[in-house]
Design a protein. Structure first.
Length: 569
């Protein structure tokens, strides 16, 4: 869709999690190397509530739980070969009496580094000694009638050979200063800290006060001396064509470790070599008449005083059905209120319809949800009250729009719907997703939008899939059309997206017609803003900036039929 001002507001429930505070065991010889790494398990009690990933997410308020039976196992892939010197197990009450810890280079041949038949539960800090990429916890005897359950499974060690750890992100939420920063209607609160917050939808920008001038700079204090090996700059269109990356120990005397007069903007990943507590981007020539602006300024290396970034969301499983609505209600029944909220109010994007409180969204008794757009001939209950008289007033068109906000919000997965669209001049049916942080005050398009299906009736055979973000939105969104080879409303089609941390693939009837690769997007269009929860939306709009208004050829009523909506994750 082309703009995302919401029609109604609602209360989105937030679950408060009380963290379990535990005494810290003795420090391990190595560093924590398992957090956020790929993890697999023999089973889960409930994959949505207690996934294997919860054991390595760094959150002692989430846990993995197995099914109720022996044996079970949990295995983490460290991603490289490490000398492992300690394993910490933070058990829930359902702990193991008998278990062993194994290490392997290839996940096939295993060496035992610890075994016990008298496990005590609680927090266990277990000294071990072994080298490998994979660490496996084999569970053979339960202490309770339940399964096995771990708040955290932590592995500590050092890279093979005892060298320095893999270069990490040193700049997350570190203090930053700049030559100037912008804070006005065009870029509110665009302070230096916005470039180090790992939020790809917020940015730092130099101030227009007294005119945008050269040079312009931003400096990050890493907190302690560090060896810097990589810098990532994610530029706004106001980028530097000439700049230097510099390091300093005292924030006064600078050493240049990278310099260019051919900056190209978008995402630039720079391999560098330097040592210092402070890292600075020092811009000397601008790409246009504006200043300098960075969505992200990331510094990688070793040392410093880094703040660990938040754990990544669990990787998706595109085959496990987690949520669905098959719309099997009786004829005339309204959508399930446990799954869908009707939005009410006038349209946006210069649309012409008024969205009603399910007056235009009903089951047909044949397994479909029908969202009907119709032209209202006389005033009625579907129309809003006149603000002056308090009575009904004529609304020319009515329709329906439903969302799952606060009822289904999720990150990553396969999302699909079987739909027969409405069509004709002025019709605009859609199945799409909006970032849930919209309800925490994040405006569109900063919240992100994933359009799985859009159809505009003036293009009878075409359907579209499109992404919207602060750097590409509206008519400039990143998307693609698909010509179905027949009128889009002639038959049902299955519209789907497979959404993960590194790419999205869009499908119609199993045909992957459009793929978005994260790295390619960031280096050609702008930031990827899709690593957080989103919710679903179905609507059948009339008119608007893209389709234009209905004309004499447009027939009403117009039905958008939805056979099912399914989410796999």
């Amino acid at each position: 869709m082309r703009s995302r001002r919401f029609l109604t507001s609602g209360v989105v429930a937030a679950l408060a999690v009380t963290l379990l505070h535990l005494p810290s065991p003795a420090a391990a010889a190595g560093e924590l190397i398992s957090q956020g790494k790929p993890v697999t398990a023999s089973s889960t009690e409930n994959a949505a509530a207690f996934p294997a990933t919860a054991a390595v997410d760094g959150d002692t308020g989430t846990r993995w739980s197995s099914q109720f039976g022996d044996p079970q196992w949990l295995q983490v892939d460290l991603g490289a070969t490490y000398a492992v010197d300690e394993v910490r197990l933070n058990w829930e009450a359902a702990h193991a009496r008998g278990f062993a810890i194994h290490i392997s280079a290839d996940a096939a041949d295993w060496s035992t580094v610890y075994t016990t038949a008298t496990g005590t539960g609680g927090v266990q800090a277990l000294p071990v000694s072994g080298t490998g990429r994979y660490v496996r916890l084999d569970l053979t005897a339960r202490a309770t009638q339940w399964g096995y359950s771990l708040w955290e499974f932590q592995v500590f060690g050092t890279p093979e050979g005892g060298g320095p750890a893999d270069d990490g992100l040193l700049s997350y939420n570190r203090p930053a200063t700049a030559s100037t920063f912008q804070d006005d209607g065009a870029c509110q609160g665009c302070a230096p800290a916005r470039a180090t917050d790992l939020d790809p939808a917020t940015r730092w920008a130099t101030s227009p006060v007294n005119g945008w001038v050269d040079p312009g700079w931003i400096t990050i204090d890493l907190g302690a001396p560090a060896t810097v090996t990589k810098v990532v700059l994610q530029w706004d269109p106001a980028y530097a064509t000439a700049y230097r990356i510099q390091v300093s120990n005292d924030n006064a005397t600078w050493t240049t470790i990278h310099q260019t007069n051919a900056g190209r903007g978008f995402k630039e990943t720079l391999t560098v070599d330097g040592t210092g507590r402070y890292v600075r981007m020092y811009g000397t020539a601008r790409s246009n008449g504006y200043g300098y602006s960075l969505w992200e300024f990331q510094v990688y290396g070793t040392g410093g005083d880094p703040t660990p970034p938040p754990p990544a969301p669990p990787a998706p499983d595109f085959t496990r059905l987690a949520w669905s609505d098959e719309f099997n209600g009786a004829n005339g029944a309204t959508p399930d209120p446990a799954k869908w909220t009707p939005e009410t109010g006038p349209g946006v994007n210069n649309e012409l319809q008024y969205y009603t409180n399910n007056d235009n969204a009903r089951m047909d008794g044949a397994g479909n949800l029908v969202i009907q757009a119709r032209r209202e001939v006389t005033p009625g209950s579907s129309c809003p009250p006149d603000p002056l008289s308090g009575g009904s007033t004529t609304c020319q068109y009515t329709s329906g729009r439903l969302n799952t906000a606060g009822k289904l919000d999720f990150t990553y997965g396969r999302v699909e719907a079987r739909v027969r669209v409405s069509s004709g001049q002025g019709l605009w049916p859609a199945f799409w997703m909006l970032g849930s942080n919209f309800f925490q005050g994040r405006q569109w398009p900063a919240c992100g939008e994933i359009d799985i299906l859009e159809h505009v009736g003036k293009e009878p055979n075409n359907v579209y899939s499109t992404l919207h973000a602060p750097a590409y939105f509206g008519a400039g969104g990143h998307g693609a059309p698909l010509d179905l080879g027949q009128a889009a409303n002639a038959a049902y089609h299955v519209f789907a997206v497979e959404w993960g941390p590194t790419r999205m693939r869009f499908f119609v009837d199993g045909n992957n017609f459009f793929t978005v690769d994260k790295d390619t997007l960031e280096t050609t269009r702008g930031p990827w803003v899709y690593d957080h929860p989103f919710f679903l939306i179905l609507n059948n709009a009339v008119g608007g900036d893209w389709p234009g208004p209905p004309n004499a050829s447009t027939q009403f009523p117009q039905n958008m039929l939805i056979d099912y909506v399914r989410v796999y994750r």
